[in-house]
Ligand binder design. Structure first.
Ligand code: ZN
Length: 220
């Protein structure tokens, strides 16, 4: 990694830390989860990251709840960053057309990917579907409870992958040329996913979910 890139990464981590401090200092009023309609995948990702205080990246168009989700993550001392998928922010949106040129989108995504390379858990925050209207998900108390339970499992039991997940990991290493760092992050994340299931052993579906958070199958 060249020096400029290293410095950018350090700055990003620092910015996330400052964000976190600011959010914690200004006591957050109320339940940040309740007003967020839909976005179950993002809430789940925050929950997973919160177990071991891993950093989270929220990617999506503007005004889809990213800021509220970031506040929710801050409550669990989880560093969080936000980004748009393109300069106008609406790339991939079902309602508003993206006005960016393909080259600009590519450049933007490459920059986001490089700048935030150190972020561990990546999740999309798209426009909520119509079905989500009027639906309210679980609140802060629920998330506190499940995260605390998972933290207990992670804190007390060592890592183990079952045979199937070990096979998948080996396959992923071969196909995607995972770095040691990325491999460690995937195992760490999978461990949190397993703990949220009340399990100490990492099974195939735990590892699959963890790999998904690395955006290995998409250009980001
Ligand atoms: Zn755009």
């Amino acid at each position: 990694m060249d020096l400029a890139k290293k410095q950018t990464n350090e700055l990003v981590v620092l910015a996330a830390e400052i964000n976190r401090e600011v959010s914690l200092r200004h006591k957050i009023e109320g339940d940040p989860f309740k007003p967020i309609i839909g976005q179950e995948a993002a809430k789940r990702a925050i929950c997973v990251a919160a177990v071991q205080k891993q950093s989270v990246m929220l990617i999506g168009p503007k005004e889809m709840g990213k800021t509220m989700l970031a506040r929710a993550a801050a409550l669990f001392e989880t560093p969080v960053a936000e980004a748009h998928p393109c300069p106008c922010s609406f790339w991939g949106d079902m309602v508003t057309s993206c006005l960016c040129k393909p080259a600009a989108i590519g450049k933007h995504q490459k920059k986001v990917m490089e700048t935030f390379r150190n972020i561990e858990v990546w999740v999309e925050v798209p426009r909520p579907g119509r079905w989500a209207k009027g639906q309210q998900g679980e609140g802060l108390d629920y998330f506190k409870r499940v995260i605390e339970q998972a933290r207990c499992i992670v804190g007390n039991i060592p890592n183990t992958l079952d045979d199937y997940s070990q096979q998948l990991l080996t396959q992923a290493e071969r196909e995607f040329g995972l770095t040691m760092w990325m491999r460690d992050v995937i195992i760490k994340t999978a461990r949190s996913v397993a703990a949220l299931d009340g399990e100490a052993v990492i099974k195939l579906h735990h590892l699959t979910e963890a790999i998904q958070y690395r955006r290995l199958f998409r250009e980001y």
